[in-house]
Ligand binder design. Structure first.
Ligand SMILES: Cc1ncc(COP(=O)(O)O)c(C=O)c1O
Length: 374
């Protein structure tokens, strides 16, 4: 028996149950099954086939890839954008390309694995600051920034597991003070915040201060793929230097066609966003307030988290997956809301949680910026 089996850390693949009430997806706007996306995919596949059949620089760049990149750049109001096969590849491929041993990177303790891996691959000097703690970030910058030619601060905007928001306004002040660059991962905020779903940095009015905006098309956009949006020079550099971009087959036609349609819907998607915000507010009143669709119910032990998650499915037909180390430090159940949830769905979840767990633990928010999600 492996040690991870003894410690309840062994992971297995299970097909999700389509009949269960889902509270574990990243399909925040409900676009993954949207008829308009399906139609766009069918039309594109009939016209162009399925696979892209090559890497972007050899034979794989279809006009749909360029259309998608233009749409992202337009929406984000950046000079240009570049699409990768996944968000993971976008982070890995950008960090490993732009950073080297001579540079320093300042990364939030709870940043996503793709950021951690990208930093490792870059061999840059890394300084991990305490989660959402801008005092700790400033301490690290003041002690180290003068030693390196390039200093890069990197943070998720919405943290994938806890759902809390990075203190981005303060981070922008520090970036300016220490002449650093700022990379923001909007994987869990693209489509959700901003007047046209551009992301949290737009909602906060600081988009022009962000040097590199990363996001994924696999969450609110309901499709697949990652993007980097920024200056033309950055994108040109990545096209020439980013190994996951260069040495991998271009995203397939169905994903690209779905993403193009999703961006149009996101741009005009205030009704969907309002429905999502109403759900966030409703669950927040019952559980603990959140400024994002992600809620994390912590448990004392891995067994408790697994047990409650298992019983939610078995007894209440609710899928809310337990999350264990090393993905998180404290085990718990990650609950995510979508625009498609009805009030009665959320009531079922609350009822199940109350019946199964005695005394819900409040989630401490890391960010301290005011954000009105209603
Ligand atoms: C913060 C963050 N960044 C990047 C990614 C990777 O995106 P993708 O799933 O498109 O590879 C994720 C996915 O979970 C994420 O949560």
């Amino acid at each position: 028996m492996f040690a991870i089996q003894k410690n309840n850390l062994y992971r297995e693949l299970k097909p999700n149950n389509p009949a269960a009430l889902q509270f574990s997806t990243n399909n925040y706007l409900g676009l993954a099954g949207d008829e308009r996306l399906k139609q766009a995919v069918i039309e594109a596949v009939k016209k162009y086939g399925v696979g892209s059949s090559g890497s972007r620089l050899i034979s794989g760049t279809h006009r749909l890839h360029l259309e998608l990149e233009e749409k992202i750049a337009q929406l984000k109001d950046t000079e240009r954008a570049l699409v990768f096969s996944t968000g993971y590849a976008a982070n890995l491929g950008t960090l490993s390309a732009i950073l080297s041993e001579q540079d320093a990177v300042y990364s939030d303790q709870f940043n996503h694995a793709s950021i951690i891996d990208g930093i490792k691959l870059s061999r840059a000097n890394k300084f991990i600051y305490k989660h959402c703690d801008t005092e700790d970030l400033e301490r690290l910058l003041s002690e180290n920034a003068h030693k390196y030619c390039l200093n890069l601060i990197i943070t998720d905007s919405v943290f994938s597991m806890d759902g809390d928001l990075a203190p981005l306004k303060r981070i922008v002040e520090l970036k300016k003070k220490y002449n650093a660059l700022l990379f923001v991962d909007e994987a869990h905020s693209f489509g959700i915040y901003g007047p046209h779903g551009q992301g949290l940095v737009y909602e906060l009015g600081i988009n022009n201060e962000i040097d590199i905006q990363m996001g994924t098309l696999s969450k609110a956009a309901g499709s697949e793929g990652g993007y980097i949006a920024g200056a033309n020079d950055l994108i040109e550099y990545l096209i020439n230097k980013s190994r996951p971009f260069i040495y991998s087959t271009a995203p397939a036609i169905p994903s690209v066609a779905a993403s193009i349609r999703a961006i149009d819907i996101i741009k005009e998607g205030n009704d969907l966003r309002k429905r999502l915000y109403r759900n966030i507010e409703y669950l927040g009143q019952k559980l603990t307030p959140s400024h994002s669709p992600v809620f994390f119910k912590k448990f004392g032990t891995i067994e408790q988290a697994l047990n409650i998650s298992g019983q939610l499915l078995e007894k209440h037909n609710i899928q809310a997956t337990a999350i264990r180390p090393p993905t998180v430090q404290t085990p718990g159940i990650r609950i995510s809301l979508t625009a498609l949830h009805e009030r009665r769905d959320i009531d079922c979840l609350i009822e199940g949680l109350i019946l199964l767990s005695s005394g819900l633990i409040r989630i401490k928010k890391g960010g301290n910026e005011e954000f009105n999600a209603s």
